[in-house]
Structures are given as structure tokens and as C-alpha cells.
Design a protein around this ligand. Structure first.
Ligand code: KIV
Ligand code: NA
Length: 278
């Protein structure tokens, strides 16, 4: 299978083939995503919580995001590689947004950056896309970096005005030149209307089945995050439980002297040497 580019995504969109997106945070998760045929990898700032144990995503720095994005880029070459710009590194000005995007691409080896926010981010997104030439993925609805001002992690666009605002935000992001737009935690009919109205692919998470693609958080879908699981996530396997079982079996076998087994997990000396050694 060949390298996924913006052109590939446009073709999938044109052919009505839903786009699959998953987050990845390090080399092994990137290899798994690559081998599974996922179209797009997002190094989401969810990594602050699910991989680094921070309380929320606002604590992670651009350099930490770059460190992980580099590792992901070493594990996966085929999927399109998008990385989140974290809280605070694109809010101050268009210039700051450009510098952070360039740094993420040059040092992190990302192919695109993702920025949270609708209309209010449109000007700087346009500058990143059109002045610098770095593709940008938008993100509206529940935007975790500003969850505090949204009144917590809650579904957006449930009032008529709220829904209209989301449509306006989506249009502004399309106008600004976003390659994809993530729609997070909104009623399905709102995501459907936005998707029908735009000619930019939408990627839903908690936004129902009528978007142009879907994204899930690696750790949530694989049962590898201990703190909570959003309603909209589907857990495909409980890896956390399986890993815990394996680790506790290991601990017990060590205590019981059952591991390692002589001959099976050990190196022999050549018989003549062993004789002399003894
Ligand atoms: O950080 C993240 O994982 C994300 C996705 C949920 C879209 O932004
Ligand atoms: Na994110």
C-alpha cells in the first residue's frame, strides 16, 4: 500500500470511502497503526493524559509533543502523520502559531498540525496553510484544551444557537484552508449537516456515523487507559487487563522460581567448558 498523502485523502473523500484515524504516541503504537492499514495517525495531545499521566492536556509542552511525534514518525511511514499543537503554543499570535507549526514539522517530522478552535483560529490557520504551506487539521465541538471555558468535558451544539455556531466555525475552517476537520462530541445531526455542507472531509469522534471518517484514541479503544472512558468510545479489546495478567503471572513465576526454565530461556556453556567451570 502506498504512502497516504492529502491527495489520497481527497480521493477517499471523493469516492465516499470513510477515512480511518487513530492516535499514536510512540514507536510501538505507530508500528501497530501502520501495519493495521489505518489512513491517518494523529499524535494527539491526549498523550498528556494517556501516555504521560498529566491531569489534563493543558500541561504538555510543544517540545514534549515533538519528542513523541518523532518517535511515531520512526514507527510509521505510510499513514499521513498529523500532530496536535498543544495548549498555549499557537494562541498568542499568528507568528507564534507559524513558528510552532514549523518546529513541529521540522523537528517532529509531522506532515500536518492540528489546531483546536473555529472562527477565532481561522486567521492563523490561513497563514500556516497559505503563507507557510503546512497543512492544518481543524478541531471543533468539544475542544479539550478549552474544556474549562466550555464548562467541562461535555457535548457541544445541543442548542440551536450552539449548533449554528458549529456550522459557522466549520465553514470558517474550510475557508481558512483546513485539510480535514475533526468534529468532537456533538449530536449526530449537527455533524451530518456540517459534513453535507462542506467539501472538506470531516473526522468524527463522538459525532455519529455521518462524518467522512472516524478517529479514536488508541489507549481508549484498546483498554489501556485507567482513568475513564468517554461514552462515544468503543473498546475493541481490553489490552490493559491482558497485560496486567501477563505481568502478574511473570511476578508469580519469578517468586515461585518457575521462570526462567533451564535450557529453555537460558544459555548453555559448551559441555567441555562447563566441566572445567564446575
Ligand atoms: O488529542 C487527541 O487525541 C485528539 C483526538 C481525540 C481528536 O485530539
Ligand atoms: Na487533541
Amino acid at each position: 500500500p502506498s504512502k497516504v498523502t492529502i491527495q489520497t485523502l481527497k480521493k477517499l473523500y471523493k469516492d465516499n470511502v470513510p477515512i480511518s484515524v487513530v492516535t499514536a504516541y510512540d514507536y510501538p503504537s505507530a508500528v501497530l497503526a501502520e501495519n493495521s492499514g489505518i489512513d491517518v495517525i494523529l499524535v494527539g495531545d491526549s498523550l498528556a493524559m494517556v501516555a504521560l499521566g498529566y491531569k489534563d492536556t493543558s500541561e504538555i509542552t510543544l517540545d514534549e509533543m515533538i519528542h513523541h511525534t518523532k518517535a511515531v514518525s520512526r514507527g510509521a511511514q505510510r499513514p499521513w502523520l498529523v500532530a496536535d499543537l498543544p495548549f498555549g503554543c499557537y494562541h498568542a499570535s499568528t507568528e507564534q502559531a507559524i513558528l510552532s507549526s514549523v518546529k513541529m514539522v521540522k523537528e517532529g517530522r509531522a506532515e500536518a498540525v492540528k489546531i483546536e478552535g473555529g472562527k477565532r483560529m481561522a486567521r492563523r490557520i490561513e497563514a500556516i496553510v497559505k503563507d507557510v504551506g503546512i497543512p492544518v487539521v481543524g478541531h471543533i465541538g468539544l475542544t479539550p484544551q478549552t474544556a474549562v471555558s466550555l464548562g467541562g468535558f461535555r457535548v457541544q451544539g445541543r442548542t440551536l444557537n450552539g449548533a449554528k455556531q458549529l456550522v459557522q466555525d466549520a465553514l470558517a475552517l474550510q475557508e481558512a484552508g483546513c485539510s480535514l476537520i475533526v468534529l468532537e462530541a456533538m449530536p449526530s445531526p449537527v455533524a451530518e449537516s456540517i459534513t453535507n455542507l462542506l467539501d472538506t472531509p470531516t473526522i468524527g469522534i463522538g459525532a455519529g456515523p455521518y462524518t467522512s471518517g472516524q478517529v479514536l484514541v488508541f489507549s481508549d479503544m484498546l483498554g489501556m487507559f485507567d482513568r475513564f472512558m468517554p461514552k462515544f468510545c468503543k473498546q475493541y479489546v481490553n489490552m490493559g487487563q491482558q497485560i496486567e495478567q501477563a505481568l502478574s503471572t511473570f511476578a508469580k513465576e519469578v517468586q515461585d522460581g518457575e521462570f526462567p526454565k533451564l535450557g529453555q530461556h537460558t544459555y548453555n556453556m559448551p559441555p567441555l567448558v562447563e566441566e572445567q567451570w564446575k
